[in-house]
Design a protein around this ligand. Structure first.
Ligand SMILES: Cc1cc2nc3c(=O)[nH]c(=O)nc-3n(C[C@H](O)[C@H](O)[C@H](O)COP(=O)(O)OP(=O)(O)OC[C@H]3O[C@@H](n4cnc5c(N)ncnc54)[C@H](O)[C@@H]3O)c2cc1C
Length: 458
């Protein structure tokens, strides 16, 4: 790769090509997780599919390793790569809602908040995750769970079409009738098969609901977790609660007397007509909370409620698991480690992946875990880079204690880059051989390998 090659590539692009030493370089290479510091050789900020096609062809010809960046939120930092080419879609943020057909067309670099904003005007939503600054691409391609998942499934279940640039630089459309095998792989198989320049999602009714946090002192966590495991068995799909073990954030609007206290939190979202009664019944069965802020709230407000508590630029080390049940011994292990949180930002969350997520067969999409109850994440988080080793040690220690109660695999978005093929394989279960065959068909040379990598068969 000569300077001339790079200059020719730059003229092929309509978007900017950024190189080390340029004024925009440091901002453009920055990832959400500050624990990962990548120094790419080139960052191609694409503005359309033509740019992405040029970038893939250039990357392939140059032999540079390629990272694809949507929202840049990935915990493992797969939106960047040292000495390689970043194909950055963050300028491709168009959103078009079709209220008649109840669909939304989304650019490959959109954040979930941008889509939520557009669909909310039509009282519609796609079931995305709980932080609105997350990229649609990485979230959807790996699965995507959030407040509406018990009702409407994963984000990837609602993906009905994708425009994709393949490893040879060609462009194809994948939907139920055209290249249906590729659509199957994009529904959970990550960025392994190509670069998605545009997504088409089905939308669902969502506007006002009853939601917000109920916060308990950690000393009540055993009772809350026992209640929660029973709740999960019987609650209707419209009643969603995720559970967290973490600290009360030390700042407004939290009451000063609770700042920094270790807590067990229930994050509630009830979209049905019986919300008030159902939540009152839950309150009656639970211990007395420190804070109860559940009330009427718009879906849009709930989606952005925790953005300020999760700014970019912190150190993150996380590990996950798929979880079926919460026996008392598992609860005890959780509480032993939650009592030793290494910072006020660190956390354990259990996100429901039952309800509508169970409505499909395990082999209906690349995401194969359609019979577990929760997707768990344990995350050591802090702004101070000096704490990186401590965050990792706490996360690994906590995970090692609870993992014997869990499944072998995890949500691929809740893994760092150090988990290895065994865990990726376990996460896809019986779908893994089909995924490796699909990888051989669409990316036989493993051009797209800066991800939770699926190796081409053979
Ligand atoms: C604070 C926080 C909260 C979160 N909450 C949730 C949650 O509630 N629910 C949930 O499901 N997940 C959640 N996640 C996980 C999140 O979904 C992942 O981190 C996801 O990978 C982020 O996607 P991104 O596009 O921002 O990431 P990026 O870093 O840009 O990319 C992530 C991966 O996707 C690939 N990729 C990106 N764009 C494309 C594209 N256009 N085409 C092909 N491949 C592409 C990349 O190569 C990379 O492997 C959360 C993450 C954070 C940091």
């Amino acid at each position: 790769m000569t300077e001339e090659d790079i200059a020719r590539f730059a003229t092929d692009l309509r978007g900017p090509l950024i190189q080390p030493g340029e004024a925009e370089y440091d901002a453009a290479r920055k990832l959400y997780n500050a624990m990962i510091d990548r120094r790419p050789r080139l960052i191609a900020r694409c503005v359309d599919a033509a740019d992405v096609m040029s970038a893939v062809r250039f990357g392939r010809a140059s032999g540079l390793p390629i990272a694809v960046r949507g929202g840049g939120h990935n915990g493992a930092g797969f939106g960047g790569v040292d000495d390689g080419l970043v194909i950055d879609l963050s300028l491709m943020r168009g959103v078009r809602v079709d209220p008649t057909n109840r669909t939304v067309r989304v650019g490959g670099g959109c954040t979930t908040g941008e889509v939520d904003h557009a669909t909310h005007a039509f009282s519609q939503a796609v079931p995305f995750g709980i932080i609105s600054t997350t990229g649609v691409a990485g979230l959807t391609l790996n699965g995507g769970h959030g407040y509406l998942s018990r009702q409407y499934g994963l984000a990837c279940d609602n993906l009905i079409e994708a425009d994709v640039v393949l490893a040879d630089g060609s462009f194809i459309v994948a939907n139920e009738t055209e290249n249906a095998d590729l659509l199957w792989g994009l529904r959970g198989g990550g960025g392994n098969f190509g670069v998605v320049t545009s997504f088409l999602f089905r939308t669902h009714p969502a506007n006002m609901l009853h939601g917000g946090p109920i916060i308990f002192d950690l000393s009540d966590a055993t009772a809350v977790m026992r209640w929660y495991r029973e709740f999960s068995r019987s609650a209707p799909a419209e009643f969603y609660i995720f559970l967290g073990l973490q600290s009360v954030p030390p700042g407004d609007p939290f009451p000063r007397e609770h700042w920094g206290k270790k807590m067990c939190v229930l994050l509630v979202a009830h979209t049905g007509n019986t919300a008030e009664t159902a939540i009152a019944d839950a309150r009656a069965a639970l211990p007395k909370p420190l804070i109860d802020w559940v009330g009427p709230i718009s879906y849009l407000a709930l989606q952005g409620m925790f953005d300020a508590l999760n700014p970019p630029g912190m150190q993150w080390y996380w590990k996950g698991d798929f979880v079926d049940t919460l026996p008392d011994a598992a609860i005890a292990a959780h509480l032993e480690h939650a009592a030793k949180l290494p910072s006020t930002f660190s956390l354990m969350h259990l996100y429901p992946i039952d309800g509508a997520v169970h409505g499909k067969a395990n082999d209906a999409t690349a995401w194969s875990t359609r019979d577990a109850t929760w997707s768990m994440v344990i995350a050591g988080i802090d702004p101070d880079p000096a704490k990186a080793a401590e965050l990792k040690a706490w996360t690994v220690g906590y995970w090692s204690a609870v993992h014997p109660f869990d499944r072998a695999g995890a949500y691929t978005n809740f893994m760092m880059g150090d988990e290895g093929e065994v865990r990726v394989k376990a996460s896809y279960g019986e779908n893994y051989p089909r995924l490796t065959a699909l990888k051989r068909k669409y990316d036989p040379g493993n051009l797209f390998r800066v991800n939770q990598n699926i190796l081409p068969a053979g």
